[in-house]
Design a protein around this ligand. Structure first.
Ligand SMILES: Cc1ncc(COP(=O)(O)O)c(C=O)c1O
Length: 442
């Protein structure tokens, strides 16, 4: 199906013309009446704390539902995505100086879960078109200290799980998935979270599977479940039964408090019930946008191979600024003036962030600097050419495309096509006044 939208060459709002109109997003997240009633009931009865499946059947119910969605794997519901990821690393016994090969193009918690285990992130480059970890960059980064690969399914796009699994197996490494932005995404029939030795998911209120703040860890290995659980709750409080005898002497209250809150367990169950239907809508909207932009020239959506089914947490574009002759930031300023606010989600490669540079660090002390210093890790000025390219060329927008929202998808396309149709005027403008301020997340 081709688009019915015709690009308008009307004067750009940035240059004094009339804006197309603001992109408004539907209310997000939404909860069913049943979810709300169940949550209120918990508040009414004071059933608000407790950690184990036995004490809090709602936790068991949520873990059962999530387990079914992930092919029967073991599931630990947690207080956040970070807690889920750190539980995954702890469950896999990744700590003290172990190296984890990962991506610098993600949300910080994909990396802080490694740092909080006193392990060492080793950053490799990503694919330009998607920002996903580039499997071909991994093998050169493997050392005798490498324990795992941590892949992030960024923006709802599934990383190349088959290839990553093959590399991990070849080198006897563990594979960890960060599915925080990609609940339900699939690649070649594999659902994210079902290929790694462990996976962590965030269910904070902006995510595809939104609660208030929570998350979950998924693993095929029962002992990883128990070792992950041990760092986040005192098993003496949980009394679920089934904990392996050899772990029991090490279960105590030297823990983080990482278990899911009971009312978020209810929300997990209820939100999962509508996940697949919402994914259908997200994909339909993304397809619609793609159709409308088929005649576009500069702002691109990634072309996914057959077999890739993203879940579209965010819609991610890249600007072909070489052909457009304009910076991403001026293009974004023109979109914003028309009513569409899109920004680069990752402001810089994480390896550039000052809190990782022990060599010249001036800020408040953080626990991982001594680990990085002892290992003499130097993250300053890593080349990472594709990551840097994306940081300068990507624009992300809108995680709440789930409700029937076709008029806004059309408006988004209309705005993009209007800016493209005026590219000469915009280029002249940039030449006169210089590029706009960086359109990046703070
Ligand atoms: C890719 C990624 N990993 C990890 C996290 C951490 O999740 P949370 O905020 O629930 O701790 C997030 C979200 O915030 C994320 O987007």
């Amino acid at each position: 199906m081709s688009s019915t939208l015709a690009p308008t060459a009307a004067k750009l709002a940035l240059l004094g013309g009339t804006p197309v109109g603001k992109i408004t997003y539907p209310k997000f997240p939404t909860f069913t009446d049943r979810a709300i009633a169940r949550t209120v009931e918990m508040l009414r009865t004071g059933k608000l704390f407790g950690v184990g499946r036995k004490h809090v059947p709602e936790i068991g119910e949520a873990e059962e539902v999530i387990s079914r969605y992930h092919g029967g794997r073991h599931v630990l519901a947690t207080s956040s995505g970070h807690a889920a990821l750190q539980s995954a690393l702890a469950g896999l016994e990744i700590c003290g100086g172990d190296e984890v090969i990962t991506t610098p193009y993600t949300w910080g918690a994909s990396i802080s879960c490694i740092l909080h285990q006193n392990a060492i992130p080793v950053f490799v480059d990503v694919e330009r078109a998607t920002g996903l970890i580039d499997p071909e960059s991994i093998e050169a980064a493997i050392t005798p200290r490498t324990k795992a690969i941590l892949a992030v399914h960024i923006f709802g796009q599934p990383a190349n799980l088959k290839r990553l699994r093959a590399i991990a197996d070849k080198h006897k490494l563990m594979l960890i998935e960060d599915g925080s932005q990609a609940h339900g995404a699939e690649i070649d029939g594999l659902r994210v979270g079902t290929v790694g030795d462990a996976a962590g998911f965030s269910c904070m209120g902006g995510k595809i599977l939104a609660t208030t703040e929570s998350g979950y860890m998924v693993t095929p290995h029962e002992n990883v479940y128990w070792k992950g659980a041990m760092i986040g709750q005192h098993m003496g409080r949980a009394t679920d039964g089934g904990m392996p005898e050899e772990l029991k002497p090490y279960s105590d209250s030297l823990v983080y408090t990482y278990r899911v809150a009971p009312f978020n367990a209810v929300l997990l169950t209820e939100q999962f019930a509508k996940l697949d239907a919402e994914l259908v809508e997200r994909r339909r909207h993304a397809d619609l946008l793609r159709q409308h932009l088929a005649g576009g020239k500069y702002l691109r959506l990634p072309d996914y191979a057959a077999g890739v089914k993203p879940s579209y947490h965010l819609i991610s574009f890249t600007l072909d600024s070489a052909t457009a002759g304009i910076t991403r930031d001026t293009f974004a300023a023109a979109l914003k003036a028309e009513g569409f606010n899109a920004i680069g989600y990752v402001p810089s490669p994480i390896s550039d962030w000052p809190r990782l540079h022990w060599q010249n660090y001036q800020g408040p002390r953080v626990s991982w600097l001594s680990t990085l210093a002892a290992a003499k890790v130097d993250y300053r000025n890593l080349p990472l050419p594709n990551t840097r390219w994306r940081v300068d060329h990507a624009l992300e927008s809108g995680f709440d495309m789930v409700a029937p929202n076709e008029p806004m998808i059309e408006r988004m396309a209309e705005i993009i096509l209007k800016v493209e149709a005026n590219i000469d005027a915009l280029r002249d403008h940039e030449r006169k006044v210089g590029p706009a301020a960086p359109a990046v997340r703070g």
